[in-house]
Design a protein around this ligand. Structure first.
Ligand code: ATP
Length: 449
């Protein structure tokens, strides 16, 4: 239950401005004028991102006996991308405007404009070139000689690192099908139309899990993972009405996929993909088997059958989840005498769990506050702030989504209690200093549910 009346939900401009102001995200290389569609996470952003990754790892790997993690290299053998189809097919059709020199993805141009070659930017007729295929992979060279034999790619997805290690994982563990391999890591795509802040960037991070199943049991596993992944966003506290599943029609479906759903969120710019859940059949392992010449079949002891496993993939973007949490949590609220901006982040992912304030800088209050902060720091990320009016200190914490503010006041000096203010309700209650570690831990847990 919120205390203030909501004046404004998030707009992209508001969220971008808050991110910069409070140290969540900065433009990359800003002092040199920035580099397009690349962002750096600041002190608050890096905590938020880390907490989101940890929550995913916890629920996808640690909490499940049949899923293990790996961390594969970003640079892979170039043949991987031939087998995966990325060298040949990972392309977007691209058109240029001869007049204003702007570049567009053909599938994003209004078909009417495309027909008479009208540029969506400058409006000139017959200005657009024919479409050219543009490969989205970043190319570079391995070693000192820049020749064609040394070309390698920055991985455009983390999934291939899992497929090429499937046999290694199987042979070095006691896993039996069905089982999964999970990975979190960077991916790179030379996107033609990056934008919407960190929604689409050229360097980003994925959280992927590939689940290996016996053919014939794939439909059931697909349903299971669709549901599990939706639940994860619910548990993160994302507004359920802004989440939906979108099924790929036959035109959208990749050539290898039997079924695909996107989990979508209603961003300020409309419903957009947050995560893909795909039934990739035996396409990936069959292709790697063909291109590597290695046997990638699985032998089922119990039935004496040999087969190439089917794969159900769940592929989420770390940065897109960060953006979703920021947008979903952002509110401007009207209070009695003022307004406040608040990020209603799930306490589990909030960058700072508790702020500790001495009400005034005398009578021993700063010393007590310091001691409390040091004690809580053993378990939580804590912020100590002794400067300025206490109201302003609360506002600052609201803006970064700190769920609890602990204030040391004159009553503390008499009975060793402090106030704990709740970010969402703004209600304060008193608790004993001795139990604070336990109380804050309990409240983070209960308020996250
Ligand atoms: P789109 O159609 O939006 O380009 P996609 O269908 O190619 O996306 P996938 O290849 O399924 O995306 O990638 C899985 C997930 O990785 C996406 O749901 C998204 O969260 C994330 N992702 C993909 N590309 C980007 C990007 N350029 N920037 C940030 N996140 C991305």
């Amino acid at each position: 239950m919120m205390y203030g009346e909501v004046l404004l939900a998030a707009t992209m401009e508001k969220v971008v401005s808050l991110c910069r102001r409070r140290g969540f995200l900065f433009q990359s290389s800003e002092i040199y004028g920035g580099i397009n569609a690349c962002y750096d996470y600041g002190p608050m952003g890096v905590e938020l991102k880390r907490n989101i990754r940890d929550l995913w790892w916890e629920s996808m790997v640690r909490a499940r006996e049949n899923i293990v993690g790996i961390d594969a290299a970003i640079l892979m053998h170039p043949k991987v991308w031939e087998a995966s189809g990325h060298v040949e097919g990972f392309t977007d059709p691209l058109v240029d405007c001869r007049v204003c020199k702007m570049r567009f993805r053909e599938d994003e141009i209004d078909p009417e404009k495309r027909k008479d070659g009208r540029c969506p930017h400058c409006g000139n007729k017959n200005a657009l070139t024919d479409a050219r295929q543009f490969n989205l992979m970043f190319k570079t060279h391995m070693g000192p000689v820049e020749e064609s034999a040394s070309i390698i790619y920055l991985r455009p997805e983390t999934a291939q690192g899992i497929y090429v290690n499937y046999k290694n994982v199987l042979d070095s563990s006691r896993l039996k099908i069905p089982f999964g391999i999970a990975q979190i890591g960077k991916a790179f795509r030379n996107e033609i139309t990056p934008g919407n802040f960190i929604f689409r960037t050229r360097e980003f991070e994925q959280m992927e899990m590939q689940f290996f199943v016996k053919p014939g049991t794939d439909a059931e596993a697909f349903e299971y993972w669709k549901e599990q992944r939706m639940k994860w966003y619910f548990q993160l506290g994302i507004n359920r009405e802004k989440l939906r599943l979108h099924e790929h029609g036959s035109e959208e479906l990749a050539h290898y996929a039997r079924a695909a759903f996107d989990i979508e969120y209603e961003f300020p710019m409309g419903w957009k993909e947050l995560e893909g859940v795909h039934n990739r059949t035996d396409f990936d392992l069959s292709r790697h088997q063909e291109f590597s010449g290695k046997d990638l079949t699985y032998f089922d002891d119990s039935t004496r059958e040999r087969f190439v496993p089917y794969i159900i993939e769940t592929s989420a973007g770390v940065d897109r989840t960060v953006l979703t949490c920021l947008i979903d949590g952002y509110e401007e609220e009207k209070l009695e005498k003022e307004t406040r901006t608040v990020l209603h982040l799930n306490p589990k992912i909030a960058p700072v769990k508790a702020a500790v304030f001495p009400l005034v800088n005398r009578d021993g209050m700063p010393e007590i506050a310091r001691k409390i902060a040091d004690d809580l720091m053993r378990r939580f990320n804590v912020f100590f702030d002794a400067s300025g009016a206490v109201g302003r200190r609360y506002r600052r914490q609201d803006e970064i989504g700190t769920p609890f503010c602990i204030t040391i006041d004159s009553q503390t000096l008499e009975d060793d209690t402090v106030t704990i203010r709740n970010r969402d309700t703004m209600i304060q209650d008193r608790a004993g200093i001795r139990n604070l570690l336990q109380i804050i831990g309990d409240r983070i847990r209960t308020e996250s549910e």
